[in-house]
Design a protein around this ligand. Structure first.
Ligand code: NDP
Length: 301
């Protein structure tokens, strides 16, 4: 397989498509055999509670899709409804009850939350050991310190995809477009921890193209269809597209795939790039939460 390398002399004309399906299958297969082995020893199957505090149609589609991924590897999931009219304090109490529940090993809080509920309230209440998305206040802080218990699945999957294809990160210039707490910011942190030199851009960044054009690695996480064009990418750069945008023409990323793949040395497609790896890493995060929680239970006996 052609490895994606930065060609200092310009683009070679070959582009590696950084597909996520094979890596996702590997991750899922590893998790499934670990769960099978766990259950064979008489331990309980990992169980994740899905806190239903987001009721947009997209959130329900997301919940159904993660439930399918969980059941394929033997993870049990349980929906926990949050009553209409619940306040932040009610949400926190519900999450704290799940934190105490020994039959629940992981807690997932799909977003955006309903009006009246704030994500920070959920983040503060989520126990870091059961936080499968790496969004708890404690895990966000621990990631900054380089000691996370869980890392958000999307950026972690993006990093694993780069490693899977042998993309060198140390000493490289990376530009991340987007600074959300679940995608852009943690991706920038992970790239920095992998010794890349990172620029983070956002909606108030003037002259965005100046920052993307000097990058060896361009990461798009803005939620703006095809906003990264070929003119914004240095020949030979590696391009990671986290964007998931539904347009009249179908699903597309934040990168103008056809034009950018003519100049990049490697690029993730949408769909089929970062998305499948995100789903597989979330499944692995649940398994890892379960082993943490079960080990903590064993130690406290
Ligand atoms: P958010 O809307 O939370 O954040 C978007 C970020 O992009 C913000 O920091 C915003 O800046 C920045 N931004 C928006 N417009 C521009 C612009 N024109 N120029 C520069 N920066 C801009 O989105 P998420 O981080 O949650 O998601 C980002 C994308 O990733 C979405 O398409 C989402 O669907 C997708 N996604 C993909 C996943 C996957 O598995 N591949 C999983 C999760 C999300 P500011 O902070 O100034 O507002």
């Amino acid at each position: 397989m052609l490895l994606a390398v930065i060609n200092e002399n310009g683009h070679s004309g070959l582009v590696t498509i950084l597909k996520g399906t094979e890596l996702a299958q590997q991750i899922r297969a590893g998790v499934k055999s670990s769960i099978d082995a766990l259950v064979a020893t008489g331990r309980t199957a990992p169980t994740v509670a899905v806190v239903m505090a987001a009721e947009t149609p997209e959130a329900l589609v997301y919940v159904e899709s993660v439930e399918r991924s969980f059941s394929r590897v033997g993870i049990c999931s349980r929906r926990v409804s949050v009553p209409d009219g619940a306040t932040d304090a009610d949400l926190q109490e519900l999450i704290r009850d799940l934190a105490e529940d020994t039959e629940v090993h992981g807690i997932l809080v799909p977003t955006p939350l309903r009006p009246g509920l704030t994500l920070l309230a959920a983040q503060d209440a989520l126990p870091p050991a059961k936080d499968v998305e790496g969004i708890s206040s404690a895990n966000v802080g621990r990631l900054a310190l380089g000691r996370p218990l869980a890392i958000p699945a999307t950026p972690l999957g993006g990093m694993e995809l780069l490693r899977h294809y042998g993309v060198e990160l140390s000493g490289k210039q990376a530009t991340v477009v987007g600074r959300s707490s679940v995608v852009g910011w943690p991706m920038a942190t992970l790239l920095t921890q992998a010794n890349a030199t990172v620029t983070v851009c956002h909606s108030r960044t003037p002259n965005l193209a100046e920052h993307t054009r000097r990058a060896d690695i361009v990461v798009a996480a803005a939620g703006r269809p095809a906003m990264i064009t070929a003119a914004m990418v240095r020949p030979g750069a590696v391009v990671v597209d986290f964007g998931v945008n539904v347009t009249e023409q179908g699903m597309c990323g934040d990168v103008d795939y056809n034009s950018v793949s003519a100049v990049a040395s490697a690029i993730t497609p949408v769909p089929g790039g970062t998305g499948p790896v995100t789903a597989a890493v979330l499944v692995r995060n649940v398994y890892e939460a379960a082993t943490r929680v079960l080990n903590m239970g064993a130690q406290s006996k």
